[in-house]
Design a protein around this ligand. Structure first.
Ligand SMILES: Nc1ncnc2c1ncn2[C@@H]1O[C@H](COP(=O)(O)OP(=O)(O)OP(=O)(O)O)[C@@H](O)[C@H]1O
Ligand SMILES: [Mg+2]
Length: 251
């Protein structure tokens, strides 16, 4: 028997107001794999992330994490199991500092925000952890900066720091390079290369340089269906993919 995938989606369907967005979708991601997820605007990529993380309930199908169904678990329970995501639109607390944003992510993930006793016992290590996470994404010297004072590229990195702060087994990033300049995008690729390590990654991204640099395999979604799946080289050479997706970029 082959190993149990870390994440398996089995026959997922989701419609909004009668319009199908995900259609009988199967997806399997191995532990440690880095999976790119691409497809045209409206293909259902963010919806798929929402179904995995529990923001949306699927109409049909199941979601298995380490072989166990998580379909009925609320988002915070899935988060504690080791699934952490970033959002397509930045979700930082702008008026808080970099350090406070990271600390907040750590406290929430550990449930320490509702347990002052445990929090007090952990206080020293939390400051060390906050500094370490900031360092990982190159924000070590910006801990006291207000998040909304950071340049946009740095805000994107902070957003990723909030995901990493939770030490997730499965990292899901929804368009981490959106709005970045070419130079910022190169820096982001380097930061992700250096920080993801052995964790499993699902990366939704339109910038193909980012997708190719970070993915072991790529899944192409089109109209809520898996159009194809393959290595970066296979996807790059696939005429259907070029037509529905990469063609748009070349045009
Ligand atoms: N909460 C919602 N209510 C109604 N329709 C929705 C909702 N969320 C998404 N949709 C619709 O579902 C379809 C898929 O949207 P989704 O955001 O998953 O696409 P996407 O692949 O992430 O696109 P993009 O690349 O533009 O981010 C779109 O037609 C969108 O309008
Ligand atoms: Mg999206």
């Amino acid at each position: 028997m082959s190993e149990t995938p870390l994440l398996r989606l089995d026959g997922i369907a989701k419609a909004f107001a009668g319009t199908p967005v995900l259609v009988d979708l199967d997806l399997s991601v191995r532990a440690g794999e880095r999976r790119g997820l691409i497809g045209p605007n409206g293909a259902g990529k963010t919806t798929l992330i929402n179904v995995i993380t529990g923001a949306h309930q699927p109409d049909a199908g199941d979601i298995l994490f380490r072989g166990k169904s998580i379909r009925r678990l609320p988002p915070h329970r899935r988060n504690r199991l080791g699934i952490s995501r970033s959002f397509q639109i930045l979700s930082l607390f702008g008026e808080m500092t970099v350090g406070e944003n990271i600390r907040n992510a750590i406290l929430r993930y550990r449930g320490l925000h509702v347990s002052p006793r445990r929090l007090l016992r952990r206080l020293d290590t939390i400051f060390t952890e906050v500094a370490a996470v900031a360092e990982m994404v190159g924000l070590g010297r910006a801990l006291q900066e207000r998040a909304d004072n950071l340049p946009y590229g740095m805000q994107r990195r902070l957003d990723i720091a909030l995901v990493l702060a939770q030490q997730p087994e499965l990292i899901i990033l929804d368009e981490p390079a959106a709005g970045l300049s070419a130079a910022e995008t190169r820096d982001l690729i380097a930061v992700l290369q250096a920080t993801i390590g052995k964790r499993t990654l699902i990366l939704v991204e339109h910038d193909m340089d980012v997708v190719y640099a970070l993915s072991d395999r790529i899944t192409v979604l089109d109209y809520g269906l898996v159009l194809t799946e393959g290595t970066p080289a296979e996807i790059n050479a696939n005429p259907d993919v070029r037509r529905v997706y990469l063609g748009e970029e070349a045009a």
